[in-house]
Design a protein around this ligand. Structure first.
Ligand code: FCB
Length: 441
């Protein structure tokens, strides 16, 4: 099948089609109505950390313009919306008092979308941890598991029955490795031992939160979202092959083995040496709770080399504005591999999309490359389903251009263009294509 012929009819009628966002990237209103600071608020204040020296004070002003954004979501014709709650908006210190004004915002957002038939997929932690908890060591501190579990339970108690799913964490690898080992994301720490302790606590808190939320008697599907990509050796050289397998362990098997098999991979543990995290008896049993779904965020594949850094240009494929190779087959391969090795009950593509330099000319953004990217990855999802992989959802990243973390506003992933001076939203051609694809009768 040619990818340009992909049609909605090749998917089951009950397939979930959505767009995704996250709180810090769109909401703005960083200190409104009692919200506490998050680690990203503080990180943006450190000189040199954000490429365009921007911050999330305004972002897309979604906190103010949420009704217009609800209209936009409905207008696209999707049947689902993936979003996150800002923990410090609903609990400024991450422990103790709840902020009712913060909960009221999400309450009205959820009701407005639910009334219009949009299924709501909520993420509890899309990175904007209350700064007050970072002051106690952040995810490297085991106490966070208890704080997160109480926060999760409160959100589930208030909103659970109105949601189509609850995800605990978005991309624990990014939180821990970019935030605590490489220091290029909040909180900006550079310590491998803290990073792996943070990873362990993120996974442990996932298991604890699932147990507690299910303890409320909720039947809302619950799971986690991981950033995953297939990793290839840069050559047949056994050193490159060994490096690719270790890297696979660091990015994929560490998380998947723990969540689905209740073990950490031996080769990675050996590699970590002194930096191996403290794991108490039963922690891995707690981590390996049943997941109703596994969310996969896929953008590109990776190559590992034991020598010179891999040059993405050598693939000859299109490269996005992030410098990421466009490789849709990688999504098919990844979904098939996860199904073969771990058998999650249900797989969802929870993020997929591309940053390209857009031009708004006469009210039109002709983003052919993004359109092709989305279309070809939807087809790649279908290819995995044709091979028997139980995939139930596809969410495009992102509804609209937003604050792209350390890249600031310079990288645009939206299906909808945002003019950050006027806050005007304009559907790009990729959005019009998705709308048309979804409207096929
Ligand atoms: C993912 C994040 C998401 C967005 C995309 C481009 O890692 O989950 O917030 O920034 O990358």
């Amino acid at each position: 099948m040619s990818h340009s012929e992909i049609s909605r009819h090749q998917f089951p009628d009950n397939f979930t089609w959505g767009v995704a966002t996250s709180s810090f990237q769109i909401e703005g209103a960083h200190d409104s109505d009692g919200k506490g600071p998050s680690i990203w608020d503080n990180f943006c204040d450190i000189e040199g950390k954000i490429a365009d020296s921007s911050n999330g004070h305004k972002a897309c002003e979604h906190y103010l313009r949420w009704q217009e954004d609800v209209d936009l979501i409905c207008h696209l014709g999707v049947n689902a919306y993936r979003f996150s709650i800002s923990w410090p908006r609903v609990q400024p210190d991450g422990q103790g008092a709840w902020n009712e004004a913060g909960f009221a915002f999400y309450d009205k957002l959820i009701n407005a979308l639910a009334e219009r038939g949009i299924a709501l997929h909520l993420t509890l932690n899309h990175w904007d941890l209350p700064q007050a908890l970072q002051d106690h060591g952040g995810w490297a501190n085991r106490d966070l598991c208890g704080h997160f579990t109480r926060y999760a339970t409160e959100v589930a108690r208030r909103f659970g029955s109105r949601l189509a799913s609850i995800c605990t964490h978005n991309e624990p690898w990014v939180i821990a490795i970019l935030g605590y080992e490489q220091g290029i994301f909040a909180p900006g720490i550079q310590s491998r031992s803290q990073a792996f302790q943070a990873v362990h606590h993120l996974l442990l808190s996932h298991g604890m939160a699932l147990q507690a939320m299910r303890g409320l008697g909720l039947t809302t599907p619950m799971g986690i979202v991981l950033n995953l990509s297939p990793i290839y050796p840069a050559s047949d050289d056994p050193k490159d092959v060994a490096k690719a397998w270790l890297d696979d362990g660091l990015i994929l098997r560490w998380y998947m083995d723990a969540l689905f098999h209740g073990t950490y991979p031996q080769d990675v543990t050996a590699h970590l040496g002194q930096d191996v995290p403290v794991v108490l008896p039963d922690d891995l049993v707690t981590i390996a709770q049943h997941n109703d779904f596994l969310g996969v965020n896929y953008y590109t594949r990776n190559f590992s080399s034991s020598g010179n850094p891999w040059d993405v240009a050598s693939t000859g494929n299109q490269v996005t504005d992030m410098g990421w190779e466009v490789y849709p087959q990688g999504l098919t391969e990844l979904l098939c591999r996860l199904h073969a090795d771990y058998q999650p009950k249900l797989l969802w593509v929870t993020e997929n999309g591309a940053a390209f330099k857009d031009e708004l000319v006469g009210g039109v953004v002709n983003d052919e490359l993004r359109l092709a990217y989305i279309r070809d990855h939807i087809a790649a999802t279908q290819d995995a389903m044709a091979q028997g992989v139980p995939v139930g959802a596809y969410f495009a990243w992102s509804l609209m251009d937003n604050f792209e973390w350390a890249s600031g506003y310079a990288k645009r992933f939206g299906l909808v263009h945002v003019d950050f001076d006027t806050q005007k939203r304009t559907l790009k051609n990729s959005a019009l294509w998705y709308q048309n694809f979804l409207s096929e009768k």
